[in-house]
Design a protein around this ligand. Structure first.
Ligand code: PEP
Length: 257
């Protein structure tokens, strides 16, 4: 983390978990244990149907709400989809784009990710852009090439001032939901490379202002070591973010740095 130049962000990704009732219960349980003074921004990304409940439930806790996806078109005949403008209107601040589950299970390509990033920024949302290599790619020694391509594609055509509004989440696919975490060195190497890619595209000032998270089985016991790395400015957390106590432990680790 480097709080001098950029925001630290601890974000939960609830995936397809929790009903609206359970969302309210989570907020009630979180409230008394959430540290009052936070050196990081706390975000919960929830299923689309629970967004307005979440916006209301977390409002007085200074916890921001994020969506887990959007569609890049503004409106029209796209049954089942939700636009950036609709999210913004609900009071949503962040939106996860290009999560590996969406890339793998729903055919989201780098080109679609780029369109979604543009749509989010145009509506005034902050995209959390996920990038990450598969185990095969890591074993082939092409992790940094894969990540470079994903970052360049996601940010293609985005101006330097808009890139400052983006968060990049490095999420090695082999570490998501597996209990297997990247070592602090592995995560730091890739996050450092992501910043170098942005530096090459838009210069040092823009690159140092971008928040880069690590995601992939982050939990209370490994968060501190991961967050101690210069280029890791927070976490995108799946499983551990569903439990208020574990989520708070990770927030506290970010508060200590
Ligand atoms: C995620 O889904 O973004 C994630 C990091 O999940 P987990 O923490 O469960 O590995």
């Amino acid at each position: 983390m480097n709080t001098r130049y950029r925001k630290t962000i601890i974000a939960g990704n609830w995936k397809m978990n929790k009903t609206a009732t359970e969302t309210k219960k989570f907020a009630e349980e979180l409230k008394p244990i959430l540290p009052k003074a936070k050196r990081c921004e706390v975000v919960v990304c929830v299923p689309a149907c629970n967004l307005s409940t979440a916006v209301r439930a977390f409002r007085d806790m200074r916890v921001s709400v994020g969506a887990e996806n959007l569609y890049f078109e503004k409106s029209g005949a796209y049954t089942g989809e939700v636009s950036a403008e609709m999210l913004k209107d609900l009071g949503v601040k962040y939106v996860i784009i290009g999560h590996s589950e969406r890339r793998q299970l729903f055919g989201e390509t780098d080109i679609i990710v780029n369109k979604k990033v543009h749509a989010a920024l145009e509506a005034g949302l902050n995209p959390i852009i996920c990038v990450g290599e598969s185990l095969e790619e890591r074993e082939m020694g092409i992790t940094l090439d894969r990540i470079t391509l994903q970052v360049k594609a996601a940010l293609a055509g985005v101006s330097g001032d808009k890139i400052r509004k983006c968060v990049i989440a490095y999420e090695p696919i082999w570490a998501i939901g597996t209990g297997r975490t990247a070592t602090a060195e592995q995560a730091a190497e890739v996050c450092n490379e992501i910043r170098a890619v942005i530096r090459n595209m838009h210069g040092a000032r823009t690159a140092r202002s971008v928040t880069i998270q690590y995601g992939g089985s982050m939990n209370p016991s490994n968060a501190e070591e991961l967050l101690a790395q210069q280029d890791i400015d927070g976490g995108l957390i799946g499983g551990a973010a569903l439990d208020p106590a574990k989520f708070v432990s990770i927030i506290s680790a970010a508060n200590q740095e």
